[in-house]
Ligand binder design. Structure first.
Ligand SMILES: Cc1ncc(COP(=O)(O)O)c(C=O)c1O
Length: 391
C-alpha cells in the first residue's frame, strides 16, 4: 500500500534524535540507574490550584465538545499575558487556543505557506521544526546562526537565503537548543528584512517567561500585521503534558487557524481549558518559581561542567538547556550521545538533531533536581577523561 509524500517529509533526523531518549526512558521504567538530560520537561509538579480546577471541571462534567477557537475567557486571559510580555494589546479575536505550542507551529505553518513556497528557520532549530514546517508542503530553508559567531545572527545570512518564494520566518526566542535571546539589533534586522520581503515572522516564545524579567524583546508591537507569537503553559507552568498552548496574531490568520483546528483538534478539552485559566490566574508566581528553579540549576550545571577534557560549555541566557561543545573529545556528537548513554547511563541530545551548526555539540537539560545534575556531570567528566586518556 502507498503513503502520501507527507510521510517522508515528517520523518528524518529530528525523529531519529529521540532514539536515545526513548531508550533512556524505557531503561528508567525498568528501574535502571539512568539520568535523563534529553528532554525539557521540568521536574516540577503542576501547581495544585491548576490540578484542583481540572478535577473540579471534570466532576462538573466539563467533558463535552468545545469551540475550536478556544473559550473566550481563556483567550482573554492569554491576551492579557501576551500584553504583559510583549506590550502588544490584542483582543480575544486575535488569539486561538491550541494543543501546546507544537500544535500552534503546525497550524501557523499550514496557514502561512504551501506547495511552491519557502519557509525559513534558523539553524540551530528546535528538533521538531523541519518535520512540522515541511508538513505545509513548503520547502524548508535554513539560515545559519554560526557556531563560530556564538550562534548569533548575521543578517547577511538571512538576506542571502531569501527568494521571491519566501513566505515566513519561524524561530524560537529564547532559542532551543542554544538558550540565546535575540538581541534588539538582531530583531531590528529581522524586522527590516521581513518588511522588505513581505515575510511573516513566527516567534515561538515558549521559553519567554523563563527569560530575565519574564519576557523577551520582540517585534509584535512594531509590525503587528506580520508577527505571530506562539506560547504555551508547558515550560513556564510545569504543564508539559496538559497540552495547553496558543497562537496570537492578526484576526484573518486566526480565522484560517480556526478552520484548520476544526480538522485537527476539534477543541481543546474543556477541563484542560479551565485548568489553563487557573494557571493564568497565578501566572506571575508560577513563572517566577520555574524561572528561579531553572536559573539556579543552570548555574549549578555550568559550575560542574567546567574544565572537562575535550569540552567547552556554552552559558545559556534563558530556558532549560545548555550546549556542550564536544568537538575536542574525539567523537562526533552521535557517537558521543550513544556511548555516554551506554557506558554511563546519561541521556543527552545529539546536537545534530538541531541542525548542521550544532553537530559536534550535545544539548543538556538542567530542569531537574540538583543531585542528579551533579551526578550526571560527574559521569560526563569520567566519560570524557576516559576518552582523553585512551587517545
Ligand atoms: C522551542 C520549542 N517550541 C515548541 C515546543 C513544544 O512546546 P509545547 O509543549 O507547548 O507544545 C518546545 C518543546 O520543547 C520547544 O522547545
Amino acid at each position: 500500500m502507498k503513503f502520501s509524500q507527507l510521510v517522508t517529509r515528517i520523518a528524518g533526523d529530528g525523529a531519529d534524535a529521540w532514539r536515545t531518549h526513548y531508550a533512556a526512558q524505557a531503561a528508567q521504567e525498568r528501574g535502571e540507574d539512568v539520568i535523563i538530560l534529553s528532554v525539557g520537561d521540568p521536574a516540577l509538579s503542576t501547581p495544585q490550584a491548576v490540578v484542583d480546577r481540572a478535577v473540579a471541571a471534570l466532576r462538573a462534567e466539563d467533558t463535552h465538545y468545545t469551540g475550536a477557537r478556544g473559550r473566550d475567557t481563556l483567550r482573554r486571559a492569554i491576551a492579557e499575558l501576551h500584553a504583559r510580555r510583549s506590550g502588544q494589546t490584542v483582543g480575544e479575536d486575535e488569539v486561538v487556543v491550541t494543543a501546546g505550542a507544537q500544535n500552534a507551529l503546525l497550524t501557523a505553518a499550514m496557514c502561512l505557506a504551501g506547495e511552491g513556497d519557502e519557509v525559513l528557520t534558523f539553524d540551530p532549530f528546535y528538533a521538531t521544526y523541519p518535520g512540522t514546517l515541511k508538513c505545509s508542503g513548503a520547502r524548508l530553508v535554513t539560515v545559519p546562526l554560526r557556531a563560530a559567531n556564538g550562534f548569533r545572527l548575521d543578517p547577511a545570512d538571512l538576506e542571502s537565503a531569501l527568494t521571491p518564494r519566501s513566505r515566513a520566518l519561524f524561530f524560537a526566542n529564547p532559542g532551543n537548543p542554544t538558550g540565546i535571546i535575540l538581541s534588539a539589533a538582531e530583531l531590528q534586522a529581522i524586522g527590516e528584512i521581513a518588511r522588505r520581503y513581505d515575510l511573516w515572522i513566527v516567534a515561538d516564545e515558549v521559553y519567554a517567561g523563563l527569560a530575565p524579567g519574564g519576557h523577551v524583546p520582540g517585534l509584535a508591537t512594531t509590525m503587528p500585521e506580520r508577527v505571530v507569537t506562539l506560547g504555551s503553559l508547558s515550560k513556564t507552568h510545569a504543564m508539559c503534558g496538559w497540552r495547553a498552548g496558543w497562537m496570537v496574531g492578526p484576526k484573518a490568520l486566526m480565522d484560517h487557524a480556526e478552520n484548520l483546528l476544526i480538522g485537527m483538534l476539534y477543541g481543546l478539552p474543556g477541563f484542560i481549558q479551565e485548568a489553563a485559566l487557573a494557571a493564568l490566574d497565578i501566572s506571575d508566581e508560577s513563572e517566577r518559581k520555574t524561572r528561579d528553579y531553572c536559573s539556579a540549576r543552570a548555574a549549578l550545571m555550568l559550575k560542574h561542567l567546567q574544565d572537562i577534557p575535550g569540552t567547552t560549555v556554552l552559558a545559556p541566557q534563558a530556558g532549560m538547556f545548555l550546549l556542550l561543545d564536544i568537538r575536542g573529545s574525539g567523537l562526533d556528537s552521535t557517537a558521543f550521545t550513544e556511548r555516554l548513554f551506554r557506558t554511563q547511563g546519561v541521556s543527552v541530545m545529539d546536537g545534530g538533531a538541531f541542525g548542521e551548526q550544532t553537530r559536534g555539540f550535545v544539548r543538556l537539560s538542567y530542569a531537574i533536581d540538583e543531585a542528579p545534575i551533579i551526578e550526571a556531570c560527574r559521569r560526563i567528566r569520567q566519560f570524557c577523561e576516559g576518552l582523553a586518556s585512551a587517545s
